[in-house]
Design a protein around this ligand. Structure first.
Ligand code: HEM
Length: 320
């Protein structure tokens, strides 16, 4: 189906792009457990912290059975599996810190991890999509949040991922308004466009407010000294210059970047809308999410149209 704005007669909505109206790119209501067959994974993933501290995670993973992945049927099951396998993987790699890394990920972890990653179109490493967007649950009826799975770094890890989740949530009204901008341009409705841009601006303000919570909940020395290591990848990393061999998948080592906010789809949508360009490779992501690609395509298509339109109306000059 062609969802480009110029070919459509109806208003675009987030649902068309498989993006949640309420949560944006956040996975709405992530599962907290997998089918019982996957208990060996979840038992380890839930105890990654203790196993790292006792230096026994690698041994536990060596003794883990090689499980089939075809029993993972739904998107939510696959997302929880990816989160669990990625937490195990970064724990396995960095268990002894940056010096005593390993070169090979054992096949009982690497084979299912690569299969699940392929089905989701994600890289086989812990990324933003796992740690932030699919790693939360409601702790109590008041709506307080908790992580599903965690890494070394204590309360700072919790604060870091959950504050980022709040930043994503604060962006959702702005994401909806991006479509109003596109729709407004399609219908030459300048009032609709300006109103939508105002909402985008407010959403960015709310994101900044939410981000300030980092100061309260994250200790910078813990982020830098502990968490950063588990978030780093094996691409251009001096601690793992050759990358990582995923045993049973391919003999040649593979390189993947670790988690970063540059992987946030919502930030890319705002960048695309506002014409923000990043220097070097800081803002680059490999987009394998089909819905996001179509969404960005639509935004691009509309920003090519909107600058002359709004300039003619004397409304803006900042977008070019
Ligand atoms: C809205 C939330 C976030 C913002 C605005 C943000 C932004 C930044 C910025 C500006 C830096 C410093 C870059 C530099 O000075 O070189 C940084 C560092 C870093 N961020 Fe984020 N970040 C966010 C969330 C995340 C998340 C959720 C992850 C992981 C999943 C992550 C992973 C990292 C890592 C690993 C570094 C350290 C890189 C290094 O020095 O080795 N960030 N982030």
């Amino acid at each position: 189906m062609d969802t480009k704005v110029k070919n459509t007669e109806t208003l675009l909505s987030l649902g068309q792009f498989h993006i949640s109206e309420d949560c944006g790119f956040i996975l709405p209501e992530p599962l907290v457990d997998l089918p019982v067959y996957y208990k060996p994974w979840m038992d380890i993933a839930r105890n990654v912290l203790e196993l790292i501290f006792s230096h026994s995670l690698r041994l536990r993973i060596h003794n883990m059975p090689l499980l089939e992945t075809h029993l993972l049927r739904t998107h939510c099951e696959l997302r929880l599996a990816h989160l669990a396998l990625s937490m195990m993987t970064v724990g396995y790699v960095w268990q002894e810190g940056e010096r005593e890394t390993i070169k090979v990920l054992p096949r009982n972890l690497s084979v299912p991890f690569c299969e699940v990653s392929q089905r989701l179109g994600l890289p086989p490493i812990l990324i933003y999509t796992d740690a932030v967007l699919a790693n939360w649950k409601k702790r109590d009826p008041d709506g307080n949040l908790e992580l599903l799975l965690t890494l070394p770094g204590g309360e700072s890890v919790r604060g870091f991922f959950l504050v980022t989740l709040l930043v994503e949530l604060a962006a959702v009204p702005g994401l909806k308004s991006i479509l109003d901008v596109i729709n407004g341009i399609h219908y030459n409705d300048v009032a609709m466009v300006t109103k939508a841009l105002d909402v985008v601006s407010q959403a960015i303000g709310s994101m900044k407010q939410a981000f300030k919570l980092m100061h309260e909940y994250v200790d910078p020395s813990i982020f830098y000294g502990i968490m950063r290591i588990y978030l780093s990848g094996w691409k251009d990393n001096p601690s793992m210059p050759e990358g990582l061999v995923y045993d049973g998948v391919q003999e040649k080592p593979m390189e993947f970047s670790g988690g970063s906010a540059a992987q946030s789809s919502i930030l890319h949508c705002f960048d695309e809308l506002l014409g923000v360009q990043h220097e070097g490779s800081s803002g680059k992501i490999t987009i394998s999410n089909c819905s996001l690609m179509i969404m960005l395509d639509n935004i691009r298509c509309c920003t090519n149209l909107w600058s002359p339109l709004l300039k003619n109306q004397g409304i803006i000059s900042f977008a070019t």
